[in-house]
Design a protein around this ligand. Structure first.
Ligand code: UD1
Length: 342
């Protein structure tokens, strides 16, 4: 008997890679997505890669009625993986209510619907952004969380606080919150990957779009940080490694001997790379120089972030296995495939 898993935001970047991993491990997947930042054609690609078409429901999780109705239909699900959220930092500064409403209502409605339908396990997509500007590296899970610079980041911090209060209040639902560092890369098939709408906020899609001629040049946001070459350092992690971590977290939640009310794990590689190192590594992969220019700092950026990976390794028996070259190569292959299709 296959175990049914509800994946909200399963048509998105990290969600779709995780759906593939789940299907490959014989789970039955139900995707709930409002398609606000994704495309339903992803289902064809998932089917092509895995041979299985996941069940799909287009639903707006901001609506408690719609959420209740869809969860009732799938009350035999064993767990929920909640990816569905808006994630553009600049947009969240322009429109904070949209972010608080979407990211927090959808979480609250999901928890309530889980409670009402007896679906007792949840994996939550959190972010390293909850650490703010941490003072010690590598960052361990017990480092204090800080109010984020952006409403987007703050929705992740508040969501974790909601989960803490919720799991303290009752023992039925157990939760694992996964704090992602900087996910990049794409599936080895070259069929799915990140597809930012509009101008990318994040470094990797900006680099690949510049190399593909979609953007004229990359702006490097500041080279006067207290780091080895003056540009900020981040912990980039392959999205397929991230998907594998969700599988491990799910297996832990579904194992009755290991379940805790709420656990939090960093998902990173433990290695930090500067922006200039990323550019050099990309140039080595693509074989061409990248057009870039050093500009002003971007407000809200911190000098250095990289994860302590010890807890995820010890408790989830998970660690990232894909290196920087593989991450960049797969991002670049995906970008080129995408441009050939468009
Ligand atoms: C950003 C968000 C974070 C969010 C994460 C995932 C901010 C301040 N932080 O993290 O809240 O969880 O994305 O979506 O926006 N860079 C450039 N030029 C660019 C783009 C980026 O130089 O065009 C630099 C940035 O200054 C940074 C590094 O590249 O040093 C990585 O940036 P990015 O990919 O946006 O990730 P974060 O800033 O770490």
């Amino acid at each position: 008997m296959q175990e049914k898993i509800i994946v909200t935001g399963g048509c998105g970047y990290i969600g779709s890679h995780t759906v593939i991993t789940l299907i490959n491990h014989n789970y039955e997947v139900v995707i709930l997505d409002d398609l606000s930042n994704s495309n339903v054609q992803i289902l064809d690609r998932i089917e092509k890669i895995t041979g299985v078409r996941p069940h799909f429901e287009q639903v707006d999780l901001k609506s408690s009625e719609a959420t209740q109705a869809v969860f009732k239909t799938h009350k035999d699900a064993k767990a929920v993986i909640h990816f569905a959220a808006h994630k553009a930092v600049a947009e969240s500064i322009q429109n904070p209510l949209m972010y608080y409403q979407n990211n927090l209502f959808s979480l609250i409605n999901t928890l309530k619907a889980q409670q009402d339908n007896g679906i007792n396990h949840l994996i939550f997509s959190s972010s390293a952004t909850v650490y703010g500007n941490p003072s010690t590296m590598p960052i361990t899970e017990d480092a204090p969380t800080q109010r984020s610079f952006s409403p987007y980041g703050n929705t992740k911090k508040i969501a974790e606080e909601i989960l803490e209060d919720f799991t303290n209040s009752q023992s039925e639902i157990s939760v694992i919150s996964l704090r992602y560092f900087n996910p990049i890369g794409a599936h080895e098939s070259g069929q799915i990957g990140e597809f930012p709408t509009g101008i990318p906020n994040n470094l990797m899609p900006y680099i690949t779009q510049t190399a593909a001629g979609v953007r004229e040049k990359l702006m490097v946001f500041g080279n006067d940080y207290p780091t080895k070459d003056g540009t900020p350092i981040r912990d980039y992690i392959h999205v397929v490694d991230l998907a594998d971590a969700h599988l491990k977290a799910l297996q832990r939640l579904l194992d009755p001997s290991s379940t805790q009310p709420l656990e939090v794990f960093n998902l990173g590689t433990g290695k930090g790379y500067s922006v200039l190192e990323m550019i050099k590594a990309f140039e080595a992969v693509s074989g061409s120089p990248l057009n870039y220019e050093i500009t002003e700092r971007r407000p809200g950026d911190v000098p250095e972030m990289f994860a302590s990976t010890a807890l995820a390794k010890q408790v989830l028996n998970w660690e990232a296995t894909r290196g920087l070259q593989e991450m960049i190569q797969s991002s670049w292959t995906w970008e080129q495939n995408l441009r050939n299709e468009l």
